[in-house]
Design a protein around this ligand. Sequence first.
Ligand SMILES: Nc1nc2c(c(=O)[nH]1)N[C@H]1C(S)=C(S)[C@@H](COP(=O)(O)O)O[C@H]1N2
Ligand SMILES: [Mo]
Length: 500
Amino acid sequence: MDAAPTPVKEFAVAVFYTYDKLALQAGIVLVLAVFAAFIGVLAMRRLRYGLAGVAVFGVIGVLAAATRPSATWAYPLPTMAGALAAAGLLVLLRRTLPRRAAVPAQGLGDDTGPDTDVAAQGTHTPVRGVGSPSSDAANSVLDGAGQTGRRRFLALAVGALGSAAVAVPGGRRLWAQRVAAARAAVVLPSPSSPAAALPAKVSVGVPGVAPFVTSTADFYRIDTALTVPQMEPKDWRVTIHGRVKRPLTLTYEQLLARPMVERYITLACVSNEVGGELLGNARWLGVPIKDLLDEVEPDDSADQVVSRSVDGYTAGTPTAALVDGRDALLAVGMNGEPLPVEHGFPVRMVVPGLYGYVSATKWLTELELSRFSDFSAYWVRRDYAALAPVKTQSRIDTPAAGRRLEQGLVMVAGVAWAQHRGVSAVEVRVDDGPWQQAQLAAVPSVDTWRQWSWPWQATPGEHRLEVRATDNTGQVQTGRVHEPLPDGATGRHTIKVRVA
Ligand SMILES: Nc1nc2c(c(=O)[nH]1)N[C@H]1C(S)=C(S)[C@@H](COP(=O)(O)O)O[C@H]1N2
Ligand SMILES: [Mo]
């Protein structure tokens, strides 16, 4: 996946959307099947060729494992064990098949059962490659062996496939259970700076609007991880290094022992289309990154903090955004629980106001004080912008697009966001009419999205509803339509409804 060129990856994402990983996995299985068949055919010619095929595949696997960013000496071991198992299986499989199957003897109906004996009796055709059958009896024994051989071959092949199908997910599950148990055992500290209780007014009270706090189960998930990294807290470390005076390494325990803050912060993905759902708001618990940076004393030249995850993913965050007083966190808690594994357990970054790909590294293991001119992070190398503040945006959650409505009062409502600047106004218009002020719900800070509502006296016919937000800097959300690449989609969410 990491080696795939950007256009290929973009094609996959565009075609399969969030099923791109599923498609990739299906592709892997398909390629494996074709390659395995190829090895099988080779092995029927000469076992040695088949084994060479397995070895080639093993070497590719070992190279891939050994070049993982977090690779240790142990990384290639599973691949080597797998290649040995594959070689052993190939030898066994090859042995179950009589060679005759590879080189059908002339005059012998290949696998016609009892008739073959009759034919063989008549012709005494020598069967090549299995010694020298010199009698009818030998031929008949041989053919029986062919039958049981095929049966044994099938049993062995199906058995091997079956045990792989059980062992692979089983092994993963065992490990995941360990991590789940370790996660369940985590006791989160209480924050020295708790989030203030939410006023009831954070909700406009209109059914159909995304709830102010996104439940963890409903929180969007975006990452490049094919299998979710499973890290035990006892193995976790974060190292802060690079252009710093005093590099620092912290264990999970040491991190938990530090003063924690708890904040509502809305995360957004740069890939979110206008009107899309790739954002969510949660209550995060974590250590202010500024406190850690103050301790390591970054060099003035370090304008970028490169964060790395255990699976090698990188993001580059402007150092300035981490020390300007906003609640940039090394988060350990989400909505009152330890981070879910899919959302970065044990530790991730959360930075208000920046898209996730430049700020929200999950399964974090490293912060390197660097320079933008020295290093381009994962998505920046794939043509996304190095600097990516969240754009002022708004969404109509209700009525749903395409809905048939009754005439009269219809509550139009949704959310608007401009993290770290804050939303100061939301306006709605119908059919290119005048912009109308929507009512804004309360917010605990400028770092979350904001619900809004607008009462509409709906008249019969087809109508277009359009929304725009204004942030606290006075910026009005642009109507200019742009795709997410390179730094976030622009345009206004517009829906059509029919009123009877
Ligand atoms: N390790 C890692 N962290 C990552 C990513 C990733 O691919 N790998 N994706 C980022 C992106 S693009 C986004 S939008 C957020 C999404 O966080 P979530 O899955 O918790 O919603 O995680 C960020 N952190
Ligand atoms: Mo993202």
